[in-house]
Design a binder for this molecule. Structure first.
Ligand code: FNR
Length: 399
């Protein structure tokens, strides 16, 4: 399948996707925490900034590559594909299609632990583009985390991306209402045990945003948690994997560093002092993110906290951002406020649903084309020329 010619923007593609996407999958893709304020915030924040272009700067040749290497590689754009779980929901080739598209466009891809294809299969499909394995720390099953890391190392991944914004899954009433379950023919193939069964919707069980079987176990006491070793935490319940709500900087960053040779990136930072913690505990990079508005409702957008985080980090490690990137101009604005690199989540699913690998490629190509035009109109010949002074907030114009 190809993308119909009347589709010109990611917004058009989204509309096309929604014509065919199964309601249950749509609910999973779009659902956010509670009332969805943060989801809306993630989309609206870009329009609060207006750009001030420079003229007559010979932009006949524009270089779109990132200022510096990321994951020790050079990429065609300061854009990557963020980890999102269960991509077979959008297309039978799932993460393999996404990784292949990333590879063909020379941009990086992060694989969710809760993928429907394995660490190795996805690496094969995306080769050098498959740089990161995203992980949650699993309560009482650090053996599984260690196994995942061993496999990622052996397969040639560069980084473990630790998602730190999910000590518990967010409050997600929408997903419960829509009775979301992963279809039986799909599996969490990174696990040899069968964690992919249909969910038993017990009272104390809620869906994690990222998997049907990651459940909340609220019987842990957060005060005593830090004192326990990972191995001492409760075993996973039945065939459910439980995210570890005792996750903390001191114990778990130390544990990760002792247990993998890969770079450790921290995903889900929103406070400058957490960026400081991440660096203090040896993070190789920081991803400023609110998990696409799926975890904590009314929390800030990544863009709003980016300048303070960039100031705090002061160039010690790369600062990446995700959430609500839908246009080439959004990439520009994130870079103007100091991001080294940005990532997209949901748009990939629109591409997958409409045209599989080809659709994901179309998404990347479209953002690339838009970004290039914006660069030229802004008078920027390379990303190093994108400057904070080229933007004002709407309210800033009044002063
Ligand atoms: C996600 N995200 C996510 N993050 C993560 O660390 N592990 C995961 O397994 C998932 N799974 C997931 C599934 C789906 C369907 C979505 C939409 C998102 C969050 C993701 O990495 C990223 O932070 C956001 O998607 C970025 O926001 P946008 O681009 O979707 O607005």
């Amino acid at each position: 399948p190809t993308i119909p010619r009347e589709i010109l923007s990611l917004k058009d593609l989204e509309a096309k996707c929604l014509e065919t996407m199964a309601p249950m999958v749509r609910d999973y893709l779009y659902d956010g925490a509670e009332e969805g304020h943060t989801i809306r915030e993630n989309l609206e924040v870009w329009d609060r900034w207006l750009v001030i272009p420079r003229m007559m700067r010979d932009t006949s040749n524009v270089n779109l590559t990132p200022r510096t290497h990321q994951f020790n590689q050079s990429w065609s754009l300061p854009l990557g594909i963020a980890p999102s779980a269960m991509q077979q929901l959008a297309h039978p080739s799932g993460e393999k299609a996404t990784a292949a598209a990333a590879r063909s466009m020379n941009i990086p891809f992060g694989l969710s632990t809760f993928s429907n294809y394995t660490i190795e299969e996805v690496k094969d499909a995306g080769r050098d583009s498959v740089v990161g394995l995203q992980m949650y720390l699993l309560e009482g099953r650090r053996d599984l985390n260690i196994e995942l890391m061993r496999r990622a190392e052996a397969a040639g991944y560069k980084a473990i991306v630790l998602t730190v914004d999910s000590p518990v899954p967010g409050n997600r009433p929408g997903l419960i209402k829509s009775n979301f379950v992963m279809p039986k023919h799909m599996k969490f193939r990174n696990f040899s045990e069968d964690f992919g069964g249909p969910l038993d919707q017990a009272q104390d069980t809620q869906f994690n945003d990222d998997s049907t079987t990651v459940a909340i176990a609220n019987d842990t006491n957060p005060d005593s948690a830090a004192a326990r070793t990972p191995e001492q935490t409760t075993k996973s319940r039945g065939n459910q994997l439980i995210v570890d709500s005792s996750i903390n900087w001191e114990r778990d960053m130390t544990w990760l560093r002792e247990n993998t040779s890969l770079e450790i990136w921290v995903k889900g930072i929103l406070h400058p002092l957490d960026a400081e913690e991440a660096i203090a505990y040896g993070a190789s990079g920081i991803m400023v993110s609110n998990h696409g508005g799926r975890q904590l409702d009314t929390c800030v957008s990544a863009l709003d906290v980016l300048p303070a985080i960039v100031k705090q980090v002061n160039g010690r490690v790369p600062v990446h951002l995700d959430g609500g990137i839908r246009r080439g101009g959004d990439i520009f604005k994130a870079l103007a406020l100091g991001a080294d690199f940005v990532w997209i989540g949901r748009p990939v699913w629109w591409g997958l649903e409409v045209a599989g690998e080809e659709g994901v490629r179309w998404v990347i190509q479209t953002l690339k084309r838009e970004f290039e035009v914006v660069m030229k109109l802004m008078g920027c010949r390379h990303v190093g020329e994108i400057k904070r002074e080229m933007m004002v907030t709407k309210s800033g114009l009044l002063s």
